[in-house]
Design a protein around this ligand. Structure first.
Ligand SMILES: Cc1cc2nc3c(=O)[nH]c(=O)nc-3n(C[C@H](O)[C@H](O)[C@H](O)COP(=O)(O)OP(=O)(O)OC[C@H]3O[C@@H](n4cnc5c(N)ncnc54)[C@H](O)[C@@H]3O)c2cc1C
Ligand SMILES: NC(=O)c1ccc[n+]([C@@H]2O[C@H](COP(=O)([O-])OP(=O)(O)OC[C@H]3O[C@@H](n4cnc5c(N)ncnc54)[C@H](O)[C@@H]3O)[C@@H](O)[C@H]2O)c1
Length: 464
């Protein structure tokens, strides 16, 4: 057997953490990296997940705003709101143009970093040895960054046979579903539900738990559901799916059992959004000494080291919270290890901020109110309607609210949640205050420009 080709670092999967590692090791440290990618150069985010879905959401919000044109004196352009029909090929082309631009950027970055990009499916054939496209590679460091994929639950009778859409296919759909049925009321389900409703589809979301977005506080979910259902999305909760029949793209029927009462929902398309599974099977991981967890994520410690010497795992496949910015932070942790100065604590106690990109956005960081109550953590609460964030008045939509949890005995911020227009933009200043461990009063004492969204934080933090 010939000996493997040597690289300083070999990365399987070109997701967020992996590509930044290659770009940085190559451009800043002069290291020679190889990155192996089977389909989506740069990973899910720029190709089939975050960025294309947000591009779509923006197209949908233009359609939504167009229907409101009369309230801005533009009624003569829109005879009747229902007359606005979206040619779905156009948002599709807009998305493709964006992705093409992002790919140019990626190719340029790999070139600048002198990274060898190898297209193919990477598989371990021995400790630190990987086979791909008829080649055999090894390196000082190996990084597994293979991500996750949408779960299509084969235990639901008829679901697989109905050929449901996942987030990948729906982003390429060039027709508007007359009725889109969405299984799962989590991030993917709700973002697409509102977007497709805004494009003009009838939309039904079916969620198995008693609430959508099960992790969030009840008051937040109630307010968000009010906004989304107010636009015409139907949400069915506490629902068990008994059976799916028919075919997505033609006619599909879902039998739903809610507390023993069975109903049949008929739609034109069905989208699965019921969670994700790690891409860790058939890769020779365990044979190479890389153990998996019960959920089939790669088992890692706080420095993202696997059970095999010199092999790291990063991003979704390592069970890090499923967000691109978290995968990016995994890159920082691994880089700190590869450059000889491991980040103290690694991934322990890092912030996990999130934004659900519905309109209105749901932004969160730190402790939720129900989590504090469940854990018996005492807190003081500041809560303020978005109407008191005066910027929202200028934008004509003041729905939603924000709340902040502060220590009962001290002044540190424990958690922050906001539901409102552009709420995601409020996070960094709160995150910084939390990270520095400074008093919430430092935020309420800031001079913040009037009338920006951030200005509302002064009132919110004063209300504690
Ligand atoms: C619809 C949708 C919208 C989302 N929106 C957001 C958002 O707005 N903000 C946010 O922060 N997060 C969002 N996420 C989550 C985010 O996309 C993921 O958390 C992120 O992409 C994970 O990155 P990663 O580094 O783990 O790898 P990934 O981006 O998953 O990349 C892994 C890569 O590995 C490749 N691969 C797998 N196996 C092999 C193999 N054996 N050989 C070679 N290559 C392989 C895959 O093709 C893929 O390109 C969204 C997810 C979805 C589904
Ligand atoms: N804006 C963002 O940052 C963003 C957007 C999309 C996805 N993501 C990431 O991707 C992850 C995956 O998203 P997702 O929406 O696929 O998963 P999710 O875990 O967020 O939500 C899945 C939902 O499906 C429900 N469910 C599960 N099985 C079901 C069944 N049989 N019938 C009905 N409902 C069922 C769950 O109770 C849950 O509410 C997210 O958790 C998030 O981390 C992030």
């Amino acid at each position: 057997m010939s000996s493997p080709e040597y690289f300083d670092c070999v990365i399987i999967g070109s997701g967020e953490a992996g590509k930044y590692t290659a770009w940085t090791l190559g451009s800043k440290y002069g290291k020679k990296c190889a990155i192996i990618e089977r389909k989506y150069l740069g990973g899910a985010c720029p190709n089939i997940a975050c960025l294309p879905s947000k591009n779509f959401i923006h197209s949908a919000s233009v359609a939504y705003n167009f229907r409101q044109a009369a309230s801005y004196g533009l009624g003569s352009f829109v005879a009747k709101a229902d007359d606005v029909k979206v040619d779905m090929t156009v948002p599709g082309h807009r998305k493709v143009a964006m992705v093409d631009g992002l790919m140019d950027l990626h190719v340029g970055n790999f070139r600048k970093a002198n990274t060898e990009v190898i297209l193919g499916e990477g598989k371990f054939i021995g400790p630190k040895t990987i086979a791909v496209a008829g080649r055999m590679l090894t390196g000082d460091a190996i990084i597994v960054n293979t991500g996750t994929r949408a779960l299509v639950d084969s235990t639901i009778p008829g679901l697989v046979e109905s050929k449901p859409l996942t987030h990948v296919e729906i982003l390429d759909l060039e027709v508007l579903p007359s009725h889109l049925i969405i299984l799962g009321g989590g991030y993917v389900g709700l973002e697409f539900a509102q977007a497709y409703r805004r494009f003009g589809s009838q939309v039904t979301v079916i969620e198995k738990h008693e609430r959508v977005l099960g992790k969030e506080d009840e008051d937040i979910v109630e307010a968000l559901v009010g906004i989304i259902t107010g636009e015409g999305v139907r949400i069915i909760t506490s629902a068990k799916i008994d059976k799916v029949s028919g075919a997505s793209g033609d006619s599909v029927q879902v039998s739903v059992n809610v507390a023993g009462s069975i109903s049949k929902i008929t739609g034109s398309h069905i989208l699965v959004a019921t969670g994700r599974v790690p891409n860790t099977e058939n890769m020779g991981l365990e044979e190479a000494g890389i153990n998996l967890t019960r959920s089939k994520h790669v088992l890692v410690d706080e420095q993202l080291r696997t059970t095999a010497d010199g092999v790291f795992a990063v991003g979704d496949c390592a069970g890090s919270p499923y967000f691109t910015h978290i995968s990016f932070d995994d890159f920082r942790v691994v880089l700190s290890n590869l450059t000889g100065c491991p980040r103290p604590g690694g991934t322990t106690d890092r912030q996990v901020p999130s934004v659900l990109f519905t309109s209105h956005e749901l932004a969160h960081v730190g402790l939720r109110e129900h989590e504090a109550q469940d854990r018996g953590i005492k807190y003081r609460l500041g809560k303020m309607p978005m109407a008191a964030f005066l910027r929202t008045r200028t934008l004509g939509d003041s729905r939603g609210f924000a709340k902040v949890l502060v220590e009962a005995e001290g002044d540190k911020i424990l958690g922050f949640t906001a539901l409102g227009l552009a709420a995601g933009e409020l996070l960094p200043v709160v995150q910084l205050a939390m990270k520095l461990g400074i008093s919430y009063k430092e935020v309420s004492n800031l001079v913040i420009v009037h009338p920006t969204m951030g200005e509302g934080l002064v009132g919110l933090f004063n209300s504690v």
